[in-house]
Design a protein. Structure first.
Length: 364
């Protein structure tokens, strides 16, 4: 090789080196191995260019840069343009190929995004419920709940107004337990006490083990102080919810509402809390063919955890201080139906409706 050709090659190498160094700096690419896959580096591509321009054999080039012969052969074959190999152009193509190899965001699919958004924002399903139900039905729209959580926290489901607001955190507020208040250590119980018929320790094992339909947990969800309330009854096995509006949170109104809800339903036992609104439990028992009431210990809400959890879900539709007096019964039953058709993790992502009625729904 004459001196003029050698000088020309060296000049071109310097030009390519400057361009690659700038490119590597702006794209955060280092001169050494990029990963455990040991992809070719910009410096190695410069050496390939120099030796290839000197008509060196593939074996010689491979031995010089300590690479396999097939690696050098593929590199030149992939990145030659009109018989000429350019290290800067080869590295640019390499970066483009790498970016195209990365998986696309699951929620960039419009159909999947629309489905998740509707279930989360409109029907108030949790990310895990959405994921679990899609997996149960083997849907092509499947997406993991961690991906949904990341989308929520990144603001993907927020509206333009929510993004512009400093105080409103948008879709994050739709998650459970956001801003939920709890009793402090100094909280004093001010409710009265009622005579109880049976302790929860006496409750049949069938009810404790959730092996049958018809063992209910009972409570009330209050609205505006002094106004109407919701009586909630949850089946322990299926998590199926029965609910209706009582005119007031008093024992007479609650008694009538409970009898109305449970008439014609399987009913083996009822586990309410110890609130005064259940003072007429004896009359309810007589009206429902002498069903037995089992009362939990004071300040032990976890002994009726199914009902407490369901009330928390119901609060998504009827927040505290919400005026229930003006709410139509039809609207309440629509929301109850939504909850009964929401998949639950504890049921293998089947719905309470499916378990209670022993049927199968198609929700995706």
């Amino acid at each position: 090789m004459d001196l003029n050709l050698q000088s020309k090659c060296n000049n071109e190498i310097m030009t390519h080196s400057l361009g690659i160094m700038v490119f590597a700096k702006t794209s955060n690419i280092q001169g050494g191995p990029m990963s455990h896959y040991k992809h070719l580096t910009p410096i190695e591509r410069e050496k390939i260019f120099l030796l290839h321009s000197q008509n060196k054999t593939l074996t010689y080039i491979a031995e010089t840069i300590h690479r396999d012969k097939s690696t050098v052969s593929r590199e030149i074959a992939r990145n030659c343009c009109n018989g000429t190999y350019s290290p800067s152009a080869a590295h640019t193509k390499y970066v483009e190929r790498r970016s195209n190899c990365k998986p696309k965001l699951k929620l960039s699919n419009p159909e999947r995004f629309k489905y998740v958004r509707e279930k989360f924002l409109k029907l108030k399903w949790s990310p895990e419920q959405i994921c679990g139900r899609l997996k149960l039905e083997k849907s092509e729209l499947y997406v993991s709940y961690t991906t949904i959580y990341r989308a929520i926290y990144s603001g993907m489901f927020d509206t333009d107004n929510e993004r512009a607001s400093n105080g409103n955190r948008g879709a994050i507020r739709k998650l459970r337990h956001r801003g939920k208040s709890r009793h402090t250590r100094t909280y004093i119980e001010r409710r009265g006490k009622i005579p109880i018929s049976n302790n929860i320790s006496d409750r049949p094992q069938e009810a404790n083990n959730r092996t049958r339909i018809g063992d209910w947990e009972a409570d009330t969800v209050i609205g505006k102080r002094g106004g109407a309330c919701l009586v909630t009854l949850v089946d322990r096995k299926s998590r199926f919810l029965l609910s209706a509006k009582a005119k007031k949170k008093d024992s007479l109104s609650v008694k009538d509402t409970m009898i109305f809800c449970l008439k014609g339903q399987p009913c083996h036992s009822i586990t309410p809390d110890r609130g005064m609104e259940f003072a007429k439990h004896v009359e309810i028992s007589i009206a429902l063919e002498k069903v037995k009431f089992y009362f939990p210990l004071p300040h032990h809400p976890w002994q009726r955890g199914t009902n407490e959890n369901t009330n928390g879900l119901l609060r998504e539709y009827f927040p505290k201080s919400f005026n229930l007096d003006d709410v139509a019964e039809e609207y309440i039953q629509n929301k109850v139906d939504e909850m009964n058709k929401r998949p639950r993790k504890c049921l293998g992502f089947r719905t309470p409706y499916e378990v209670y009625y022993s049927t199968v729904l198609h929700l995706t």
